[in-house]
Design a protein around this ligand. Structure first.
Ligand code: TXA
Ligand code: MG
Length: 341
């Protein structure tokens, strides 16, 4: 199959909508990362998503809508805090999990009785949903285990020959996937951190619980509240280790441990005085989120074997960056704070 990249012109959007109605897959820009979209009502199309990505069968998909009226037929209840969250953060990088209606095929939810719903703010995503008149199931458009795509080119690298069309909406503004919350009547359970931070969630509900899988590796055999969180994920080919501690400690460690295939992954402006080649990404947490997945792909392209990475902040938007990087590192963290070197 030949994979075409089109611009989001009227014709481009119509072409995408037509393919989706015919049960095909389309690479679609959103404000977070590119999605691999299919009709949420078409089980055969959903199966193609799992095939194209090599996605584990037990990992459910997010359903994308382009207005609030599309929510009702997909769910059986909307808990009170969800109404506030929708008002505050939709359209935007927030996914909410609801009890699913019978209209949502089990293929979408991987057998779960709940369904994840997101109303993206990207005008091209909204236009494609509107033009197709369909709710669209869409995971990130990467091969399973690779960093999520933040440009049409990234989607092409992973999906060339597997899908008919990618709509190019430019670089994604947020850069990490949406915040995922399970909404209950009196509490929010944060399953995946994103641009809607825990602090922002607290403005809609006093009780916000952060799932243990956000920060830590689940024990062997433990049940994940969000199946996606149990996989290594976002994994570059290199062996990544996070060094926690300050910049001086980072430099001292790297300068005494690097060899010819080692790269340092540091924040903007920090490369001075590091002996091995460096890649930088972002000065603040929002920029780091935007650039993280592209820099992980660049490390692959450079053939990096060993990467020492600076540790992102664990609050605000930094929590989302940390959550992705620690998975790229297979949870390898060396604490330098009180280490004697
Ligand atoms: O920003 C995003 O959310 C992007 C764009 C394309 O919208 N999509 C995305 O989808 O990141 P995906 O499939 O890569 O991640 C969906 C996450 C997975 O961790 C999955 O396990 C979780 O959401 N999820 C989906 N449905 C769920 C459910 N019913 N219960 C718990 N977790 C669910
Ligand atoms: Mg994904």
């Amino acid at each position: 199959m030949q994979t075409k990249i089109v611009q989001p012109t009227k014709e481009g959007i119509q072409q995408a909508a037509q393919l989706l109605k015919q049960g095909e897959l389309v690479g679609m820009p959103t404000e977070t990362v590119y999605g691999l979209a299919a009709s949420a009502y078409d089980p055969a199309a959903i199966k193609k998503i799992f095939q194209a990505k090599g996605r584990p069968q037990d990992n459910p998909l997010i359903v994308h809508i382009s207005n609030l009226e599309m929510l009702q037929p997909l769910v059986t209840a909307v808990p009170e805090p969800a109404k506030k969250l929708a008002e505050q953060f939709w359209p935007g990088p927030l996914t909410m999990i609801f009890p699913k209606s019978e209209k949502v095929p089990m293929e979408v939810t991987a057998g779960m009785e709940t369904v994840a719903i997101r109303f993206p703010s990207h005008p091209v995503a909204q236009a494609i949903i509107r033009e197709s008149s369909l709710p669209l199931a869409a995971p990130s458009a990467n091969l399973s285990g690779k960093p999520s795509p933040t440009t049409a080119q990234h989607v092409w690298e992973d999906m060339d020959g597997k899908i008919p069309l990618i709509v190019d909406g430019g670089e994604c503004q947020v850069g990490v996937e949406s915040t995922v919350v399970l909404v209950k009547e009196d509490c929010l359970h944060l399953l995946r951190p994103g641009a809607v931070t825990p602090e922002m969630l607290k403005t809609c509900c006093d009780q916000v619980e952060i799932d243990p899988a956000v920060l830590h590796q689940l024990k062997e055999g433990a049940q994940a509240a969000s199946p996606g969180m149990k996989y290594k994920h976002y994994s570059p080919k290199a062996d990544v280790t996070i060094l926690s501690g300050n910049l001086a400690q980072f430099k001292e460690y790297v300068n005494s441990h690097w060899d010819s295939a080692t790269y340092a992954l540091v924040f903007d402006g920090e490369q001075q005085g590091i002996a091995c080649p460096c890649l930088t990404y972002g000065a603040d947490a929002a920029e780091q989120a935007k650039e993280l997945f592209a820099v992980l792909r660049r490390l692959d392209g450079l053939g990096a074997k060993k990467v020492y990475a600076r540790c992102p902040e664990k609050q605000g938007m930094g929590l989302a960056v940390y959550n992705r990087l620690i998975r790229a590192a297979g949870f390898q963290v060396i604490p330098l704070e009180d280490a004697r070197m």
